[in-house]
Design a binder for this molecule. Structure first.
Ligand code: TEU
Length: 563
């Protein structure tokens, strides 16, 4: 079989709400995206992944969908969507939609029917359960299991109309669909085919390792200090997950060309990922794992744990080795759920921001896999200085804050410190287009305030400055398109025990690449076999003056090539 096109592709993610607002209502829209397609083309990306634009009450910014086959009026119309799709295709790029089918909105017609009575034909499309035996329905502790929701509070909502509970792993406005019911699966496949027939080029599948649950719904373990049990082991990577994805593949993707499918899978292991992405099995092309963005999390969710570079390297080394022969990796630092990587694993101070953002880009993009760039990452956009809880908008930040401070007795200041560093709203501040008010994102009042540093960090300044993060990312993408060793080279981690330098080689035929990134604000020398020969090799790209020997400057990255 020929190598699939997405092996050499780079994906750019748009979070439409925060990308560009063309009509001045403070919310990004499809017209705004259409107006800025050349920015993405100019960067060299091959694919655009669009976060959800479907009709939605926007409880979780569109990840709560009330109609899968239309566009929310805040973003535009289906005609605008078709124009966007044409604009993307005309530029030789592809468009991948977000597919959110672990749950729908509680305002979806399916759920309205399901909740209307116990004998409604759609009752079984969601997870309805009676109260726990012997406990008064609707009172605390009567929930069918002890699971906590990802966004705080219990994972079950009592519905007085029928006296039963429905399951919601996320917000109470995101009831989980029951994939055990074949009618649910049929309806989803029909909807997916409708979008593909319209011309879209694939799907990014939201929490798609949550669709198969342990149908006996056991209680979860309760961590010290927590109010709820962890249902994760009972709803992640459940018994029928592979079966469902294979069925989806047969019913939707088989026989269609040139698609890209990527499953978001919190908690997925390397061994499971090999099965999910082995082309012979016909499930998905690649998965998003979370190991490298959970590496700075510890047992206590309200403590900050600094990055330990050796752990980060061990994670990447394991994934690179695991998917070397079968399957394929996706590569990302950022998306709409993660804090900005330059603030998280780099140094966002004025002195090192530009350099450390480039170093992080170089290290990630030189791995084997398909890289994803999240809007603003190519500018080195940083976390935002949120002053108080009133500045946050994310349902997760607000829900977890309430649970921690009001119900678990945590110090508000401790919780705020962690939210400032880790909250998803860091990723969701408006795209910084220029130095004008609101970063040129809107002429109205933005739904979430722009980062004050838009005056310096913005697309207009970056595209003009040859030394910008933007032009460095452009060069990284170009390198992937030009150099087969970046796509197909094997991967060898060097210096795994070193806490300062991230170093590896990629070898493809007679070509060998050496990549080193300095993760510190101090100079550091790479002690690797063959160091002298390497330092005389062709230096393809760096973000600082060429080093003497392999002595790297603070936050420097180097990419050498030899044949
Ligand atoms: O995210 C799933 C997910 O794992 C997140 O809940 C993540 O672990 C957490 O937010 C980290 O802080 C997907 C979407 O990407 C996210 O935006 C949605 O809120 C969520 O599913 C529910 O649809």
């Amino acid at each position: 079989m020929d190598n699939p096109w997405w092996h050499s592709a780079v994906v750019y993610q748009i979070y439409p709400r925060s990308f560009a607002d063309a009509d001045g209502d403070g919310m990004g829209d499809l017209r705004g995206i259409i107006n800025h397609l050349d920015h993405i083309k100019g960067l060299g990306a091959d694919v655009i992944w669009l976060s959800p634009v479907y009709p939605s009450p926007q409880d979780d910014n569109g990840y709560d969908i009330s109609d899968y086959q239309d566009i929310d009026p805040i973003f535009g119309t289906l005609a605008d969507f078709d124009e966007l799709l044409t604009g993307v295709h005309d530029r030789g790029m592809r468009l991948v939609m977000d597919l959110v089918v672990n749950h729908s909105s509680d305002e979806h017609a399916w759920f309205a029917e399901s909740r209307s009575s116990k004998d409604n034909p759609k009752r079984d499309w969601y997870w309805w359960r009676p109260a726990r035996d012997g406990v008064e329905p609707g009172t605390p502790g009567a929930e069918p299991t002890n699971w906590g929701s990802v966004f705080g509070g219990p994972a079950w909502e009592y519905d007085p109309a029928t006296g039963e509970y429905f399951l919601h792993i996320f917000s109470r406005k995101q009831p989980d669909l029951n994939w055990e019911n074949p009618e649910v699966r049929d309806a989803i496949y029909t909807m997916m085919n409708w979008w593909l027939d319209r011309g879209v080029d694939g799907f990014r599948m939201d929490v798609i390792d949550h669709i198969s649950k342990d149908t006996t719904l056991p209680d979860g373990m309760v961590r010290a200090g927590s109010l709820y049990g962890d249902g994760g082991p009972h709803y992640m990577n459940g018994p029928r997950n592979h079966e469902f994805l294979h069925e989806m593949h047969e019913r939707v993707f088989a026989g269609r060309d040139a698609l890209l499918t990527v499953g978001e899978m919190p908690g997925v292991t390397v061994d499971e990922a090999i099965l999910y992405t082995d082309p012979e099995r016909g499930e998905v092309d690649m998965v998003f794992n979370f190991d490298h963005v959970w590496v700075d999390r510890g047992a206590d969710p309200w403590l900050l744990y600094p990055l330990q570079l050796t752990r980060l390297k061990a994670i990447f080394a394991r994934w690179q080795a695991g998917l070397a022969d079968k399957g394929w990796n996706s590569l990302y630092w950022n998306n709409h759920d993660q804090p900005r990587v330059v603030s998280r694993y780099g140094d966002d101070s004025p002195q090192w921001r530009n350099r450390s953002a480039k170093m992080l880009g170089a290290v990630l993009h030189l791995h084997r896999g398909t890289p994803y760039v999240y809007q603003g990452e190519e500018l080195g956009m940083t976390n935002t200085p949120f002053a108080s809880i009133a500045d946050f908008r994310d349902i997760e930040a607000l829900g977890l804050y309430t649970q921690a401070v009001e119900h678990e007795g945590r110090q508000a200041s401790d919780v705020l410190t962690v939210l400032r560093a880790r909250s998803r709203d860091n990723a969701r501040t408006p795209m910084q287009w220029d130095a004008s008010p609101n970063g040129g994102f809107t002429t109205g009042t933005p739904w979430l305030a722009a980062n004050p540093n838009h005056v310096e960090i913005n697309a207009a300044a970056a595209t003009k400055d040859p030394d910008s993060v933007y032009h460095f990312y452009r060069r990284l993408i170009e390198l992937r398109h030009e150099e087969p060793a970046v796509i197909y080279g094997d991967f060898t981690m060097l210096m795994p025990e070193d806490e300062r330098l991230y170093a590896f080689t990629r070898r493809h035929g007679t070509t060998e690449l050496l990549v080193i990134g300095n993760f510190t604000g101090q100079p550091a020398r790479a002690e690797i076999p063959d160091a002298d020969a390497w330092s005389a090799a062709e230096l393809l790209l760096t973000n600082a003056p060429a080093p003497t020997g392999l002595l790297l400057e603070p936050w420097q990255a180097v990419i050498y090539r030899r044949t």
